[in-house]
Design a protein around this ligand. Structure first.
Ligand SMILES: *Cc1c(COP(=O)(O)O)cnc(C)c1O
Length: 355
């Protein structure tokens, strides 16, 4: 092993999170595994979700990987196909596709497929990103219903603000109107709605970030009592120790300077590993299991941490950047982002092991 940094992927946490969420909904579950399973390395961890009803992702490659590894259940492309010439692959691998734009309908109308595809008809409930305007949904549904290449149509929408207590009310009303008189299964809820808005569960929930034990609100406290467990631990070690005197500075730009004698540790982890460069002084980190904070600018391959609370720590001392003892949400909020971004940004150069 070239560097001591490693990402542990906790399969038991992934399995138990899926079970915990099942306990909260009667709906079927899409395990959302886009972005390489939110950085958790899809190829290695996918089996941990084998009790799911289906896997949902963006990349065709990820869907094909799961199919070729033997998954025979549903696979959903959350943004559908990006080019019409992907349709033969959707046909071959029996993928369910989202349809959000007129050109996709025309591509489906013209494709020569061996068998019709299940589709998710995506409506725009206020996010204004993907999807048909609510007032068009009825006509679009009827147009799709005529196509020989279309099998089951599921009515789908996606929330922009489900982490807020009143964040779904308007979107739900919009969709109730848009879907009036249309039959077929419905799917609205992401992680936040699955946790906090049970009236939105309908037939299929689409849980992503919570399956990995990361909070959809950005605040760990919001899920701390839910039984969900962080599924990724990013670990490294101290590779050097420095003794500062008053006025000595640390790292590029000298952003931090010591106000008195101070022992600091240098950790083998930097922004090229996926750690946020913008993390300010004091961003939480565990050394020897003791909570301390970063000092100075995060470098590409290294960072410095204050060893004042852990005077015993020597070279080789274990460092947890985030994980089972330090929620990634806490690191993310110190750095002005959300846990989603940090786990997804785990760099390919970081070795991962399933444990
Ligand atoms: C990513 C995604 C989800 C899952 O979102 P989480 O907040 O991670 O649960 C659900 N639906 C769609 C369409 C998505 O793109």
């Amino acid at each position: 092993m070239a560097r001591p940094i490693i990402a542990e992927i906790h399969l038991d946490a992934l399995r138990s999170n899926l079970e915990t969420l099942r306990g909260r909904t009667a709906a079927k579950m899409w395990a959302v595994v886009k972005a390489n399973a939110y950085g958790h390395r899809l190829a290695e961890m996918a089996a941990a979700f084998s009790k799911t009803d289906g896997y949902a992702m963006l990349d065709l490659e990820e869907a094909i990987l799961l199919r070729e590894n033997g998954w025979q259940g549903p696979l959903l492309l959350l943004e559908g196909f990006f080019y019409a010439d992907e349709l033969p692959l959707l046909d071959k691998y029996r993928l369910t596709t989202c349809v959000h734009s007129d050109w996709q309908i025309e591509a489906l109308a013209q494709a020569k497929l061996n068998a019709p595809l299940n589709i998710y008809l995506k409506a725009n409930s206020g996010m204004n990103r993907l999807g048909f305007a609510p007032e068009r949904v009825n006509a679009v549904w009827h147009r799709l219903r005529e196509l020989v290449n279309v099998a089951e149509i599921t009515l789908m929408s996606h929330f922009a603000r489900a982490e807020n207590p009143d964040g779904v009310t308007q979107a739900v009303q919009t969709m109730e109107r848009a879907w009036e008189g249309l039959s077929g299964p419905r799917s609205m809820a992401n992680s936040a709605a699955t946790l906090w808005h049970p009236q939105t569960h309908h037939d299929w929930v689409r849980t992503g970030v919570v399956l990995y034990g990361v909070s959809p609100s950005g605040r760990w406290q919001d899920i701390a009592d839910s039984g969900l467990r962080p599924a990724m631990t990013l670990r490294s070690e101290l590779i050097a120790i420095q003794h500062l005197k008053a006025g000595d500075s640390v790292g590029y730009g000298g952003r931090y300077s010591a106000s008195g004698p101070q022992r600091i540790g240098i950790v083998a982890c930097g922004y090229a590993d996926g750690y946020p460069r913008v993390a300010p002084d004091g961003t939480p980190v565990l050394v020897n299991g003791v909570r301390t904070g970063t000092v100075g600018m995060i470098s590409m391959d290294m960072m410095a941490v204050d060893l004042t609370p852990c005077p015993q720590a020597q070279i080789g001392a274990p460092v947890e950047l985030w994980g089972q003892n330090l929620p990634v949400d806490d690191v993310a909020s110190a750095a002005g982002t959300v846990g989603y971004e940090l786990v997804c940004a785990l760099a390919p150069r970081v070795t991962s092991v399933t444990v």
